[in-house]
Design a binder for this molecule. Structure first.
Ligand code: NAD
Length: 490
């Protein structure tokens, strides 16, 4: 079966993982290496039958798994984390090849965070407390029992494949649910490899099932399945709407982590030596393919020319190229996505925007093996109206708009003037202003003088069209359990 990551000729064959076994699928899809544009893996094109089998396996495993103790589940999750960590290099290389991101980034962020997700929830369930109350006037003791719900349907995107999948998988398992997961069809490989770890760690058959394939078929079957009572979805806002429509019949529980059009607000007293490098990262890291990436930078008019000049200078230093090399940015996820990103830049230009990017033909700088890859240079757009597509629509690539503002009141209103509400960053040395502006931002997370500083104890999620629900130690366990109240008259 399959090839190693370094192998250029053999295709890697991904299989579904159902009932503890790797299972073939009659139909398959090509999966492309974004840095070469060549198919490098075959993934199952699963349909209703495969999902049905996976849901059946997960349903059968639920009775026994849901009756394990938190200590047993914790031990298993720690074992998964250790095994994953022992294969960090291999997983980082696979993630980079499948997704297009630089290997160093997968090594520094994606895989360590996936390991942390398992360790965090392995530990969290050991310390989780139930609610209780002594009701003196009735002489009653009341307490709650948190119960797992059943088969959890997990649907994840392609931008941080293993990182985001495990942020669902770890709490779902920790809480005692069984799982059917459907990773993005564009990035299935590390999820597939994780199933080897599930086997090795001794996860009982049927507790974790992985079904690969397209959203409209495998994904649709999963979210609309009557025996899947909860759906945790991370992806686009339009897909979320489809999923909600497909699933309304059976009153499912939903967690929806969706798109963003995140603002950075840079006041005149900001420490630009810290702010500029951080805004560079927040705009362009992972090729700008992070839901939390900044795509609108509002800069106070007094420092706007200086900021723009320094920001563009820094951006031009970023190396784009072969993800195996020492580059800041690798390739975009797909040919279609590349066209979408380039199209958005052209549209901004056609509507009067000024485009700042490096000069020179990118393809001439790429190594031979990357000539057909999906690469684009980081780009800054200035002179754009707030109402323009560049300022309103999620591009989900290395493109950010930089615009001036005058007053605090004005910038709050403009930063909030989009349909999304995932996160914002505020740059100021004025503590009162930091709190005041943070309070008025209509988003799920505000970072002040930093970006992407995450603590899994703190709630994460969006408002408006960026989602419903929160993920964190407390919130994820809350989502993956239901509380029963027991009242004992003493
Ligand atoms: P997408 O919505 O196209 O796909 C996400 C997943 O949904 C994939 O596994 C896909 O196969 C599946 N899917 C598609 N149609 C489906 C259907 N009808 N029924 C069931 N499943 C279906 O998103 P994407 O392009 O993979 O990811 C990019 C988007 O994800 C961006 O909008 C980004 O902002 C968002 N995102 C949000 C967060 C967050 O935490 N808020 C994190 C990462 C990405």
């Amino acid at each position: 079966m399959g090839s190693s990551v370094g192998d250029k000729t053999d295709l890697l064959f991904v299989k579904n993982f159902i009932g503890g076994e790797f299972v073939d699928c009659d139909s398959q899809l090509d999966s492309f290496d974004p840095s070469t544009g060549q198919a490098w893996a075959k993934i199952p094109n699963s349909g209703h039958r495969e999902v049905e089998n996976a849901v059946t396996a997960a349903t059968q495993a639920f009775e026994s798994w849901s009756n394990t103790t938190a200590q047993q589940r914790s031990k298993l999750l720690f074992r998964i984390a250790d095994l994953l960590e022992s294969r960090l290099e291999e997983f980082a290389e696979l993630e980079s090849r499948d997704q297009g991101k630089p290997i160093w980034l997968a090594k520094a962020v994606d895989i360590p965070r996936a390991v942390h997700n398992f360790r965090f929830f392995a530990s969290y369930i050991l310390h989780d407390m139930n609610r209780s109350r002594i009701q003196e006037e009735r002489g009653a003791v009341q307490y709650t029992i948190k119960e797992p719900i059943g088969v959890a349907g997990l649907i994840s995107p392609w931008n941080l494949p293993l990182y985001l999948l495990t942020f669902k998988l770890a709490p779902a398992l920790a809480a005692g649910n069984t799982v059917v997961a459907k990773p993005s069809e564009l990035t299935s490989v590390t999820a597939f490899k994780l199933c080897e770890i599930m086997q090795e760690a001794g996860v009982p058959a049927g507790v974790v099932n992985m079904v690969f394939g397209l959203g409209g078929t495998a994904g649709h079957s999963l979210v609309s399945h009557p025996k899947v009572p909860l759906i945790s979805f991370t992806g686009g806002t339009v897909t979320a709407e489809r999923i909600r429509k497909a699933a309304t019949v059976s009153c499912k529980k939903f967690s929806l982590e969706l798109g963003g059009k995140n603002a950075a607000v840079v006041f005149e007293d900001a420490d630009l030596d810290k702010c500029i490098p951080d805004c560079i990262k927040s705009s362009f890291m992972n090729q700008g393919e992070i839901c939390l990436c900044t795509s609108r930078i509002f800069v106070h008019k007094d420092i706007y020319p200086t900021f723009l000049q320094r920001f563009v200078e820094e951006m031009k230093k970023l190396k784009v190229g072969d993800p195996r090399e020492d580059v800041f940015m690798g390739a975009l996820i797909s040919k279609d996505h590349l066209s979408k990103v380039v199209g958005a830049i052209h549209a901004a230009k056609n509507s009067g925007g000024t485009i700042h990017t490096q000069q020179g033909e990118l393809s001439k700088e790429l190594p031979v093996r990357c000539k057909e890859g999906y690469f684009v240079r980081p780009t800054v757009i200035s002179d754009v109206a707030d109402s323009s597509a560049a300022m309103q629509e999620e591009i989900f690539g290395p493109v950010t708009c930089v615009v001036p503002f005058d007053t605090e009141e004005e910038v709050i209103s403009r930063a909030n003037g989009v349909r999304y509400g995932l996160c914002a960053t505020v740059w100021t040395r004025d503590v009162s202003r930091a709190h005041r502006v943070s309070k008025h931002m209509k988003v799920g997370t505000v970072w002040v003088n930093c970006w992407l500083v995450r603590d899994l104890n703190m709630p994460f999620g969006g408002v408006k069209e960026s989602g419903i629900g929160r993920e964190s130690g407390h919130d994820s366990l809350d989502f993956f359990t239901q509380e029963k109240t027991v009242c004992v008259l003493v």
